[in-house]
Each structure stands twice: as structure tokens, then as C-alpha cells.
Ligand binder design. Structure first.
Ligand SMILES: [Zn+2]
Length: 219
């Protein structure tokens, strides 16, 4: 069911990108989740369990942001319908920053390996330095910069993870993304276009970081 208040243009745009990112290997099986701010009261969040190569605008469900509950129309039609299990991580972002317009979450190989290796070695952040592509991230004007990506431990308790994110965001309000160890990556933007730019830049930078660590061992 597609509610008539769903912004179909935004839903179609983000769904198209979700399929493209699946083609790049960033959302194996039915993993990952995506959302956008539909209007002042609602966010649209991806439905649970959808193969992302088939993802369409019909796979976004509207959630009341204040109560974090699905619009009742869905439940009347299909009582067991669910948004992604990680929906609370999306609502936490929209609530801490009213300028966020879209949130994207990937499970790429580099998200997974780097976050796991860093976290296991006791580090709670991954710092990207001196890369030209840092300039693709909002607020970065030069490559002569460093950008800290916090790494949280993985857990199935999403409420605790959302609380951990909120504490970290208070300390680091210019945060542009975070990793979950052995799991994946979250980033966002003021709109879908900016979230896309951030995601694509970060995926490139995480791959660079991984390969830089390997090459430094060789030269
Ligand atoms: Zn995930």
C-alpha cells in the first residue's frame, strides 16, 4: 500500500539509488536500510526483508516521527508489516538534527572489515586524513583535514545502540557518519542527493583506507 501523502518523487529517487548501491555490493541479501524525511511529521523508512536489487518506491513505509510508530493504515491492511529492525537508528538521527533529510546504511566489505579490525584492536574511531575526496563531505573545503568516524560495538539491542549514538553525537555534533563493528556504516545528508554524495565518497575513502594499510606493510 502506498499512502497518498508519501512523496513519490523522493521515494522513486532513493529507491533507484538503493538498487544502484546493491549493484555495487553494498547491500548483500536483504540487509541495509534507507529513509528520507517525507514532511514535517513523517519519515519514510525501508520495509524489512526486501531484496535491495528489487527495491521500489512501494517499499517505503511512513512513520510518525514523534511517536516512531507506523501510520495505522498499513497495520489495518497487513498487521505483521514492519520497517527495518534498525529503524530507531534512523529516527535518532532525524530527532537530533532537524536539518537531516535522508539517512542511508550499507553493509559493504570495507565497512565490515575495517570496523571489525579497528574495534577489535581497541579503537573507537577511524580517522580519514588528507584525502582529496574529503571535500565531497559537507563542511570540508580542503584535503588538509581529518575526519573522525566513530565505531560502535555491534549489538542486536538497537535501543542501546541508538542511545550510544546520541551520546556520541552530543560530543561530536559535526559527525557525518559512523561504523558499527563487523556490521556496517551509516551516513546522512540534508537531502537524498547529499546523503548519496556522502555515501559514495565514504565508500571510496574506506576502500582507500583499507588498501593504504595493506600497502604500508609492503613499502
Ligand atoms: Zn545493518
Amino acid at each position: 500500500m502506498v499512502l497518498d501523502i508519501l512523496d513519490l518523487e523522493l521515494a522513486r529517487l532513493l529507491a533507484k539509488y538503493v538498487r544502484e548501491w546493491n549493484g555495487r555490493g553494498w547491500s548483500p541479501a536483504t540487509s541495509t536500510n534507507y529513509s528520507f524525511r517525507n514532511d514535517a511529521a513523517h519519515i519514510a523508512v525501508s520495509k524489512s526483508g526486501v531484496d535491495k536489487s528489487q527495491f521500489s518506491e512501494n517499499d517505503f513505509l511512513l512513520l510518525d516521527l514523534a511517536s516512531e510508530k507506523l501510520r495505522p493504515e498499513y497495520l489495518e491492511e497487513q498487521p505483521d508489516i514492519r520497517t527495518s529492525a534498525e529503524t530507531e537508528l534512523h529516527t535518532a538521527l532525524y530527532k537530533v538534527n532537524p536539518n537531516i533529510g535522508a539517512v542511508v546504511h550499507t553493509h559493504s566489505v570495507y565497512d565490515t572489515i575495517l570496523s571489525d579490525a579497528f574495534f577489535r584492536s581497541g579503537r573507537s574511531e577511524l580517522v580519514l586524513c588528507d584525502y582529496e575526496l574529503l571535500k565531497a563531505i559537507d563542511g570540508y573545503q580542503t584535503h588538509e583535514a581529518s575526519l573522525s568516524i566513530p565505531i560502535f560495538g555491534n549489538t542486536q539491542n538497537i535501543t542501546n545502540l541508538a542511545a550510544e549514538f546520541r551520546r556520541a553525537y552530543e560530543q561530536q555534533p559535526d559527525m557525518k557518519g559512523y561504523l558499527i563493528a563487523g556490521h556496517g556504516f551509516y551516513t546522512w545528508g540534508k537531502n537524498i542527493a547529499e546523503a548519496k554524495r556522502h555515501l559514495e565518497a565514504f565508500q571510496f575513502l574506506l576502500e582507500c583506507q583499507y588498501k593504504a594499510i595493506l600497502i604500508r606493510k609492503l613499502i
